[in-house]
Design a protein around this ligand. Structure first.
Ligand code: APR
Length: 225
């Protein structure tokens, strides 16, 4: 079977990484425009670099959880694509091999002038004065508000072709990804896992609760399918 898993910050919550909205969210009490936009970086690059260095250190210290591992285990029998809004690398560290980071990757830096000039940042901070090969300041290789979301065509192709579609840990508040849940037209089963949802998308079974509780069970059932 072709399986697509669409994940958001909630799948990494039980690994200790904060979500953006809801309790303890990164955007609580902070205007995202002051930290996650090209304008914020131009206005105060040190503040933005500090924010991502802080988050990158948390990712380094975090471990994949049972939900990440269950998603990876599905590859034993099925063709699995993970379409993730997350910039952490926990899906890959759990063993997933086909991960589309539609909002970029925090463990990578790139030139602030030439997006294709990238640099792995596994164990380092990005400091003011760290320059790419083109002489421009390095920045996190993440998609800020107002920038182009990545892998749109690939993500939609995989979702449209999916036999099973699992959506986990996303509030579906950010476009265009929020709209992608309506494209799984061939899926025999559509499941969404979250403790709370503003509205359950049509045609989805909502498993109300945490990723580590529900995703392993769904994966176990799909492994036997
Ligand atoms: N298990 C499953 N879901 C959880 C858990 C958990 N343990 N804890 C929280 N959640 C759910 C919340 O109920 C919420 O629905 O995860 C979701 C997290 O939503 P957001 O914080 O909005 O994160 P996300 O949907 O990934 O945000 C999308 O917004 O700011 C941008 O670029 C950022 O990629 C991010 C995008």
């Amino acid at each position: 079977m072709k399986i697509v898993v669409l994940s958001g910050a909630g799948i990494s919550a039980e690994s200790g990484l904060p979500t953006f909205r809801g309790a303890g969210g990164l955007w609580n009490g902070v205007r995202a425009e002051t930290l996650a936009t090209p304008e914020a970086f131009a206005d105060d690059p040190q503040r933005v670099l500090d924010f991502y260095n802080f988050r990158r250190a948390m990712v380094r210290d975090a471990e994949p959880n049972a939900a990440h591992r269950a998603v990876a285990a599905l590859e034993q029998r099925h063709q699995v694509t993970v379409v993730t809004q997350n910039v952490d690398n926990l899906h890959e560290r759990a063993g997933s091999t086909d991960v589309l980071h539609v909002h970029g990757e925090i463990m990578t830096a790139r030139s602030s002038r030439t997006p294709s000039l990238k640099l792995a940042m596994q164990d380092r901070d990005i400091r003011l004065g760290d320059l790419a090969e083109d002489g421009a300041q390095l920045r996190p290789d993440v998609v800020w508000f107002g920038e182009t979301v990545r892998h749109i065509d690939d993500s939609l192709d995989r979702i449209r072709a999916a036999d099973r579609f699992l959506v986990v840990g996303t509030s579906l508040q950010v476009w265009p990804v929020a709209d992608w849940v309506h494209h799984a037209v061939n899926a025999g089963e559509r499941v969404i896992v979250a403790p709370e949802l503003a509205r359950c998308p049509d045609g989805f079974d909502w498993l109300r609760g945490n990723a580590c509780e529900h995703v392993p069970r769904v994966a176990e059932r799909w492994l036997d399918a």
